[in-house]
Every structure is written in structure tokens, then in C-alpha cells.
Design a protein around this ligand. Sequence first.
Ligand code: SF4
Ligand code: SF4
Length: 320
Amino acid sequence: MEPSDKVLQQEKVSARAQWGTVTGTITNIQRFSIHDGPGIRTTVFLKGCNLRCFWCHNPETLRPQPELQIFASRCIGCGECFKRCAQGAHVIVDGQRKFLREKCIACGACAETCYAQTLQIVGEVKTVDQVVEEVLRDRAFYETSKGGVTLSGGEPLLQRDFTYGILAVCREEGIHTAIETAANFPWERIASILPVTDLVMMDIKLMDSAKHRECTGVPNERILENAKRLGEQPIPLIVRTPIIPGVNDTPEEVAAIAAFVAQLPNLVYYELLPFHPMATSKYDGLDMEYRARTLKPPSKATMDELTRVAAEYGIRARHG
Ligand code: SF4
Ligand code: SF4
């Protein structure tokens, strides 16, 4: 064994030893993903977010804890869930089934018994080792496609140690590491994961802070400051804007963001992502309000035009 191999093996042992048993909560591990960074990737969706964008298409990732999601249209009325729930969270009121979410402790007993798959627990506690084991299953595809692992959500940096651990162990395994973040944190938290991150993808949704707060629940000054600092790091940066009708689907809004993004030295490209209204059943199943329920996706012509506007700022611009 060469000395360098020994060092590498020691590092592998120490990273696994240090981070392997750290736990976090995820909603899903999506294999063969092609929209979350270069090549074929495995995307890990972490649960919990510190923004509340009203158009979010992953509402199951917003709250940090595991929870029961109900797809009511699938229910065949067998009544098994009523029998299994010791908390009395499934009840009949005036002949209608009702779910008392405040009583549910997300134990999963009803979901296990639901043959029709009406009931599903979203959110699972995993160790870093368990996640990495799943990621490593597709190593061969990463090698041939120059892909890797992407941590998404939700907001991965809310679970900083879990995120760091997955990235660190994957990095040791030679897997390309990427993170999707809204960057709404003190800079130190973001900086702390950069040594194990090969690519950062972040959203800039709006330049006007008051409007940003109205649409996402938080102002954007810290996010923009972090974007500037990320733009100066020796790590590639992809900036993305979800295009939401009535929010930022105008040339003026996109031009303002593109002018800002054009100042970021390490920008790889700027990407516009069209809103899609496919989350209705998920919001209903989680008893969450969906304010974007009636919005229509922007047309291809709109996306083409907005992308052309962005490209006028001398950056590589594209739309999803
Ligand atoms: S167990 Fe599933 S299918 Fe049966 S009543 Fe409950 S939700 Fe409906
Ligand atoms: S997850 Fe557990 S507590 Fe919640 S409704 Fe089902 S059985 Fe009851």
C-alpha cells in the first residue's frame, strides 16, 4: 500500500467515525436525478425550511418533524386506521372522517395498516452512514456522467451537522458534492460546509426586500450578502430563480436579479425555473394552505423572453 493510500484510508475511517452516526430527518432520497446539478445525481431531501415561499412545491419538506400525509381520494373506507390509532387522531364527525393533526404523534401505526396507501409518514430519521450507503449504490453512474450527490430540501443547512457529515463522507468516497440552499443564515454557518462542498446552488427570488418578505416570510438582505460572499469563493456557484406569475415574471424583476448575479465572479450559470402547480394534493394531505393553488405556469414564450433578458447582462442564462 502506498503511503498516500494509507493516509486516504485513515481519513475515511476518521470521517465515518466522526460523522457516521450523526442523525437527521429526510423526506426522500431520489436516485437518477438530472436536475439538481451536473450528471446523474442522487438527491437527498432534508426536512425543515426557514423560508415559507407561498409557491413551494415541496411542502412536505417545510416542517422539521416527521408527519402524517393523507391522500384522501385513495381511501376505501375500511376503517383500519381508526382502530390502530391510540391517540384518537382519526375520528368521524357528522358522518365525515376527520383527522385531528394536533393529536398525531406520527407513530406510523395507521400508515402501516393502510392497504390503500392513503396514509403515509413523511420524514424519516437516518444516520449519515445510512444515507451515504444509499448514495454509494450509484457510484458507477456518477463516474460515467460526472454526477454525484446533492443535498436539497427543505433547507439542508438547518441540519448543519448532518449535512456536513454526508458531504464529508461522500467527499472522502470521491463523490462530487453539491448543496441547494436559500442561504438565509449567518455567513459562518454557510462557510463551515464549504470545505466539503464542490458546488453551491442557491436561489435569488426577488431583489426587493419588502416583496421578498411578503412572498417568502423573510427579508433578503442577508441572502444577498451571502450570495456576494459565495460568489467570491473558489467553488462554482449556480444561481436560480423560480419564475412565479405575478411575483417575478416580468423583464424588470429578472433584469434586476441578473444585474446582481452578473457581479458574482464564480457564477457558472443563471437558471430560471418555471413555477409548476403540481403540489395541490400534497398541501391538502398536510392540512396546509396553498396560496399558489390557482396560479398557472408561465408559458415557454415568457421563459424564453426572460432568459433572453437575463443573458443581456453577459451571463450564461438558461431556463428549466
Ligand atoms: S386504513 Fe386507509 S383506506 Fe382504510 S379507512 Fe383508513 S385511510 Fe382509508
Ligand atoms: S401516525 Fe400514529 S398517532 Fe398519527 S394518526 Fe396514525 S396512528 Fe395515530
